[in-house]
Write a protein that binds this ligand. Sequence first.
Ligand code: ATP
Ligand code: MG
Length: 180
Amino acid sequence: MYLKGVEIAGFKSFGERVNINFNQGITSIVGPNGSGKSNILDSILWVLGEQSYKNIRAKESKDIIFSGGEGKKPANFAEVSLHIDNRDRFFPVELEKVKVTRKMYQSGENEYLLNDKKIRLKDINDMFLDTGIGKSAYSVIGQGKVERIISSSNRELKGIIEEAAGIKKFQQQKLESIKK
Ligand code: ATP
Ligand code: MG
């Protein structure tokens, strides 16, 4: 499994639709200050179901929609897709190519899609939980997160280890079945 590319349209500084392709291995993104490097990472977290706008450096949901500039009109919606190579069936679906999309309109309404078919946020969370890729996993280490991990309490550290060990999923299922 690897992330083949990110397609971004109307998200933060990306007014026009862009396709950013990655190869397997290490990719470095370089560019001047304010050119949108961190916005690419924010867009990935956002697709993964990030619900805290603070974590993607925005005050409220509408801040993530391209606000216009340089003669360009503001966008009506933000849309980001992750293109994932699933030939090794890392995700237990019979699909070689997995495309996960999140779209948000000016009204604040959100849509999630798996290979262009609408799914629920819960389906996204379930799909990524314990894969090490989910929004609360440690695949995206933002500035300041290292310090936060070092200074976290024992309880928080336990949570981090549980997520990394892949047992969060079972705890969540247990909680859900108790609720029912
Ligand atoms: P640095 O090297 O300083 O970390 P960076 O390449 O990571 O910079 P980002 O933080 O990704 O830069 O991009 C910041 C830019 O994104 C700012 O110029 C900001 O105006 C722009 N931006 C953020 N949200 C929006 C939005 N909704 N509409 C248009 N532009 C936006
Ligand atoms: Mg940055």
